[in-house]
Ligand binder design. Structure first.
Ligand code: HEM
Length: 390
């Protein structure tokens, strides 16, 4: 009897060890294809106030599953699987991202804002509407997105540094449990209505972003909404139009279905555009939390500091079929990043899983490879396939 018990115990220990090894391998296989093994980028930065519980991890799995299923349902019988969020783009523009971060304290001049990087990076910018329904008219209220990809960034595992921004200073969901709640209610109008009825702060943030009148994506103030690392501290970031040589465009009385794309293409075909890129440093961890991106960080306590200028030269054909396909087939992901300014907080950690899995899913479905661009030649040899339509 004793021998039997001992055997049972040994076999239990062995299976636990095996399971542990297996899940370690599973996590690491996800890690290693995205980041160098030496980087601890995958570990929550608890010293900076980041919290990531086993419940958050389960919620994240479930959220990604729901997004993936919804995408498959929406794509049933359709050839092209578009992004789940921000599927409608107005154009992909060639840009130059010129870093000048001398206004930051020396210890915060890190990553892409370090001394070695006081230079101009080649970049692509994708402007988008947030609604999962890509067929909606631009005149319908919507969240507006700006995704920036800096190319040839040394020490970034993907080779890129992506900055994702939207037209709101805050995100409308505070944590993984609330995001899961929202995802679970999205299929039913009653549950969705109930969600927003019982979450008035979330509703206000979303309505403010969706209600903003936008005549041209080049005229909008964009924000990271969620926090990021900045060396030993944390930050949010923002891009605001310099408005040199341009006055913001209003919305006409009878706007066309895709007027944002038309206005964007027309204005950038005639004159260059520019954005100032700012950082807001966390100077008060108690009132500027890492968790809960529904909390606005006070600009009185910490004003935005300019660290770069984005030049968008005059260009034509930004809505050509090839470039629209190229835009479709790129992947902008906040986790395409240098470790020094990686995303922070549970909402961003859900994005770590969601963006890579959803991008992989749509590229597999569309039979297009996932390629990170290296230059402004959109349809050259390396990225030729991204310009095709499946
Ligand atoms: C848990 C929270 C979030 C989830 C689950 C989520 C999910 C997604 C997904 C699945 C995509 C499409 C990715 C792809 O297929 O390539 C996407 C795109 C995007 N998201 Fe989010 N998102 C979240 C929060 C945010 C926040 C806080 C922002 C604010 C800046 C944001 C801005 C964007 C933008 C601008 C795009 C379009 C990127 C592009 O142009 O390719 N998202 N999001």
């Amino acid at each position: 009897m004793k021998v039997f018990k001992k055997r049972k115990l040994i076999s239990l220990i062995l299976s636990l060890l095996f399971l542990g090894f297996f899940s370690y391998r599973k996590i690491n296989s996800r890690v290693s294809h995205r980041f160098p093994a030496s980087s601890n980028i995958m570990q929550p930065a608890v010293e900076l106030g980041e919290v990531w519980t086993s419940e958050d991890r389960t919620n994240s799995d479930e959220i990604t599953q729901i997004i993936g299923n919804a995408l498959e349902q929406r794509t049933a019988g359709v050839t092209l699987m578009k992004r789940d969020a921000h599927p409608k783009h107005h154009g992909c523009l060639k840009a130059f991202f010129q870093i000048d971060s001398h206004q930051l304290p020396l210890e915060q001049q890190v990553g892409v804002f370090s001394k070695e990087n006081q230079k101009e990076f080649l970049a692509w910018i994708r402007f988008s509407n947030g609604d999962p329904d890509s067929t909606k008219a631009d005149a319908d209220g919507d969240v507006r997105g700006m995704a920036i990809k800096l190319m040839n960034v040394n020490n970034s595992a993907s080779g890129s540094q992506d900055f994702l921004l939207m037209n709101s200073k805050t995100f409308f969901i505070k944590d993984s449990a609330e995001y899961l709640d929202l995802m679970q209610s999205i299929d039913s109008t009653i549950s969705l209505g109930w969600f927003f009825l019982t979450h008035s702060h979330d509703r206000q943030i979303l309505l403010a972003a969706r209600g903003m009148k936008v005549g041209n994506p080049l005229d909008v103030n964009y924000f990271s909404a969620t926090p990021y690392k900045l060396g030993g501290t944390t930050m949010k970031f923002s891009a605001k139009p310099c408005l040199i040589n341009r006055t913001p465009e209003g919305v006409s009385k009878n706007p066309t279905h895709n007027f944002l794309r038309e206005n964007l293409v027309k204005s950038i075909g005639k004159s260059e555009a520019c954005f100032d890129f700012f950082i807001q440093r966390n100077t008060s961890p108690e009132t500027m939390p890492i968790e809960n991106p529904t909390v606005e960080w006070s600009e009185v306590k910490s004003p935005f500091i300019k660290v770069a200028t984005i030049h968008i030269p005059i260009q034509s054909g930004s809505d050509s079929e090839e470039l629209m396909n190229y835009c479709e087939n790129l992947s902008f992901d906040p986790w395409h990043t240098l470790p020094e300014q990686r995303p922070l907080g549970a909402i961003n950690r859900i994005r770590l899983q969601a963006y890579s899995e959803i991008s992989k899913k749509r590229h597999l479905h569309n039979r297009i490879p996932q390629i990170e661009p290296r230059n402004h030649e959109a349809c050259n040899r390396e990225t030729q396939e991204l310009c095709q339509n499946r």
